[in-house]
Design a protein around this ligand. Structure first.
Ligand code: MLT
Length: 261
């Protein structure tokens, strides 16, 4: 599967994996502003954006394999891998499957634990609704959960930009990754084994994945820093690009300085 991707900058490879059900344009503020410090690579995960169609279920491991294949294709052997929400589930799968390729890990608004029964049922309802022509309605309902009220007020038009990103994703991608997230394993035991530098970022007003979950995850990572951005919701990189980019820039300097190979 040849993933479509956006790229900017040179130097330390930084791979950024978008959340559900979004695409690589989520990372425009990072592609623009981190290009001075890294080679930023932001793929459209399978089925999303301009990447080829998804199958019935896309497990997080399949997304991780696609990312590995992309890195092989463009000649990258090691990278800092970051992911937001579902992108974080994929980043953790990647960390487990290809530890030798991991130079650092950035986990944004995400969690290591698996879904419970109720969440799995909700995912299946989302998948069925998406396949039944429900993407516009699902998108309208989801926007308010993704960005905080504060961000919506502070940045007029942000809600419409996010809604447009949701609506343009195919029903099959919504369904396949929804079902894929439902079957992801608990990767909490992996956290203690990750010896690379890690950065955990969240927003104080993330209601989809509570800041407490990020705190718990950061506490289990051996070399992690936690950054909680005030007044920000689930899409921290888009809602507060300056604070987000500053945290990532500082982290990348630390990765380079510690030179973990
Ligand atoms: C995401 O933003 O990727 C999703 O909210 C993740 C999830 O539904 O668990």
């Amino acid at each position: 599967m040849d993933l479509h991707y956006g790229e900017a900058g040179t130097g330390l490879p930084l791979v950024l994996l978008h959340g559900f059900p979004l695409d690589h344009t989520l990372w425009f503020p990072q592609l623009e502003s981190l290009a001075g410090v890294a080679r930023v690579i932001a793929p459209d995960l399978r089925g999303f954006g301009r990447s080829p169609e998804a199958s019935a279920t896309t497990a997080m491991e399949v997304h991780a394999q696609d990312v590995k294949q992309l890195l092989d294709r463009i000649g990258i052997t090691r990278a800092v891998v970051g992911g937001l929400s579902m992108g974080g589930y994929v980043a953790l799968a990647f960390a487990e499957m290809y530890p030798e390729m991991l130079q650092g890990l950035i986990l944004c608004n995400t969690r290591a634990v698996a879904d419970g029964e109720a969440a799995r049922r909700r995912r299946e309802i989302t998948a069925l609704k998406a396949l039944d022509g429900g993407v516009p309605e699902l998108s309208r309902n989801m926007v308010g959960q993704l960005i905080s009220i504060h961000s919506a007020k502070a940045q007029p038009g942000l809600d419409r930009l996010v809604e447009a990103m949701l609506i343009r994703q195919s029903a099959s991608a919504w369904a396949a990754s929804s079902r894929g997230m439902a079957i992801r394993p608990d990767r909490t035991p992996l956290l203690a084994k990750l010896q690379v530098p890690a950065l955990v970022i969240t927003g104080s007003r993330d209601t989809l994945i509570l800041p407490a979950e990020s705190e718990a995850m950061a506490a289990k990572l051996p070399h992690a820093e936690l950054v909680v951005i005030p007044d920000v919701g689930h899409l921290s990189n888009l809602e507060a690009p300056s604070a987000f980019n500053a945290a990532v820039r500082k982290f990348l300097h630390c990765v380079v300085r510690t030179g973990v190979q």
